[in-house]
Design a protein around this ligand. Structure first.
Ligand code: PGA
Length: 224
């Protein structure tokens, strides 16, 4: 079985990187790339995702992009509630849920991000925090995926113990029975062991997705 690899470029990348992806990472039906909006339509042979969407259907929101517009250009996936948006753009669980609903209304699959802070982790509060996020962010109906991304693991090189990832994915799976990705410092070296956890259905990769060699290795690790 092939597990998913979602490549989240964040505010990185260039036309050059689009070309590198197109030339080197073709024919991976389990690869979804989330570049900045302006590059999405430059991909011809790779599945794409938006990194964000506005929670309103349309209107006077300068600089924002709506779910109908994402649908309009044929994009089928959208990351919502990434911790960087929660932190820098003050997105609440309620806003994240609204965004997920706009996606579902437009047949876009939202990838809803949840995760605990370092303090939550150290205080052994992870499951409580995740439970609250699940209760407040998840739509009652419709298809969606969940990305478990411990905030302290994003871009830090720190990763929870495999046993911890396993237990948390089991916890989320029991509650939702959805596709669940793990994200946070996944790279060419650790992708294999993370993806070998049964209830990890794929990975959401930031920094390491900007390097073609690392992408090739991580894609090799997606076969299980
Ligand atoms: P990272 O980011 O792989 O650079 O830790 C993951 C993410 O934020 O989705």
């Amino acid at each position: 079985m092939l597990k998913w690899l979602v490549a989240n470029w964040k505010m990185n990348g260039s036309l050059e990187l689009v070309k590198d992806y197109e030339n080197n990472l073709k024919n991976h039906s389990n690869l979804i790339v989330a570049p900045p909006f302006i590059y999405i339509n430059k991909f011809s042979s790779t599945k794409t995702a938006a990194q964000n969407v506005h929670f309103q259907p349309n209107g006077a929101y300068t600089g924002e992009v709506s779910a109908t517009q994402i649908k309009d250009i044929g994009v089928k996936f959208c990351i919502v509630g990434h911790s960087e948006r929660r932190i820098y753009s003050l997105e609440t669980n309620e806003i994240v849920k609204e965004k997920a609903l706009r996606c579902i209304e437009n047949s876009i699959l939202p990838i809803i991000c949840i995760g605990e802070t370092q303090a939550d982790y150290e205080n052994k509060n992870t499951l409580n925090v995740l439970e609250k996020q699940l209760e407040s962010c998840l739509p009652e109906n419709g298809e969606f995926w969940i990305a478990y991304e411990p905030i302290w693991a994003i871009g830090t090189g720190l990763v929870p113990k495999l046993k911890e990832i396993e237990a948390i994915h089991e916890f989320i799976k029991e509650k939702t029975n959805k596709t669940i990705l793990y994200g946070g410092s996944v790279n060419a070296e650790n992708a294999e062991e993370i993806l070998s956890i049964e209830k990890v259905d794929g990975v959401l990769v930031g920094g390491a997705s900007l390097k073609i060699d690392a992408m090739k290795k991580m894609l090799n690790a997606t076969a299980h």
